[in-house]
Write a protein that binds this ligand. Structure first.
Ligand code: CP
Ligand code: NVA
Length: 315
């Protein structure tokens, strides 16, 4: 399979903000090509032939890790997986880890805690490209797959309305950035004190296009009215397990259940990055309903991450 590879604007993909709108659109177009080729039994492209990609995961993962592993292999490369207790344990500085890895691999995929930690790691190498596989603040790979799933349903997302209900977390931040960049209106409904932080909220407003709007509020019923998609995620993210019980009490009115989907309207799609906590942020009835596109989102992790790797391997 021969693909024309568009280039990215930055060395790294730490945030949706590292993509200009054209690069975002190109990544989604390339992902669609990879998906249709794979359906036709042609999953292979050779842009990473003979190369290794390092996967450094400090938190658990099913989707991101599996999709990157398959993506690298289908692009002709292989993965190495240094254990997290050697990569970020303080055994040596993160900067020294990066300066070793850059001698072996062109790309490293990192799942870690603070975004600032990832940024420090990324600047330690001027040539090794770093991909954010989730931090506490952002989850840009997820947002790519989400956009692909919506484009598949609607053709274009421009002018549509995305309502995110729940915690103003990493998934919400990247979803909002990508959505407004493609011209989608975004409404966030969170409990008070769980909004996107001021810096991330401001970053969303900076990348708005096509007259899209971004609002944050605390009334889930008002926020879902007329929405084209209703999205939710865990009330307690990885690293917040000790606070899960307290949060479950606070977030209870933000559960996406059948009544909330009725308030949204009959055509509204349901979305979740997974893993889902059934009976908490979403009910079985909703996640297993025909409105739910959660497994399309999951499948598209592969196609979009493949597109991203291909674009990052282009010189
Ligand atoms: N949605 C997502 O990133 O899933 P994993 O944590 O399983 O990678
Ligand atoms: N917000 C969740 C997303 C998991 C994919 C977390 O960070 O745990």
């Amino acid at each position: 399979m021969i693909v024309e590879l568009p280039a990215l604007k930055s060395k790294d993909f730490l945030s949706i903000l590292d993509l200009n709108p054209e690069a975002l659109e190109q990544a989604l177009e390339l992902a669609a090509v990879f998906k249709s080729e794979r359906v036709k039994g042609r999953p292979h492209a050779h842009v990473l032939e003979g190369q290794h990609v390092a996967l450094l995961f400090e938190k658990p993962s099913l989707r991101t890790h599996s999709a990157f592993t398959i993506a690298v292999r289908e692009l002709g490369g292989d993965v190495i997986e240094p254990a997290s207790d050697v990569a970020f344990s303080g055994r040596e500085s993160a900067s020294d880890v990066a300066r070793n890895l850059e001698r072996w691999v062109p790309i490293v995929v990192v799942r870690t805690f603070e975004q600032a930690r990832l940024e420090r790691f990324a600047v330690s190498s001027s040539r090794m490209r770093v991909i954010n596989a989730l931090t506490d603040e952002e989850h840009p790979c997820q947002a790519l797959a989400d956009m692909q799933a919506l484009i598949e349903r609607w053709g274009s997302v421009k002018g549509r309305t995305m309502t995110y209900v729940g915690d103003g977390n990493n998934v919400a931040a990247s979803l909002a950035q990508a959505s407004v960049m493609l011209g989608m209106h975004v409404r966030l409904a969170t409990p008070e004190g769980f909004e996107l932080n001021a810096g991330l909220a401001e970053s969303v407003t900076r990348v708005v296009r096509f007259g899209a709007t971004f609002t944050q509020g605390h009334d889930p019923v008002a926020a879902v009215k007329g929405a084209d998609a209703v999205y939710t995620d865990a009330w307690a993210s990885m690293g917040q397990e000790a606070d899960a019980e307290r949060r479950a009490g606070i977030f209870r009115p933000f559960q996406v259940n059948a009544a909330l989907m009725v308030a949204a309207g009959k055509d509204a799609l349901f979305m979740h990055c997974l893993p889902a906590h059934r009976g908490l942020e979403v009910t079985d009835e909703v996640i297993d309903s025909p409105a739910s596109i959660v497994f399309d989102q999951s499948e598209n992790r592969l196609h979009t991450q493949k597109a991203l790797l291909a674009m990052m391997s282009a010189r």
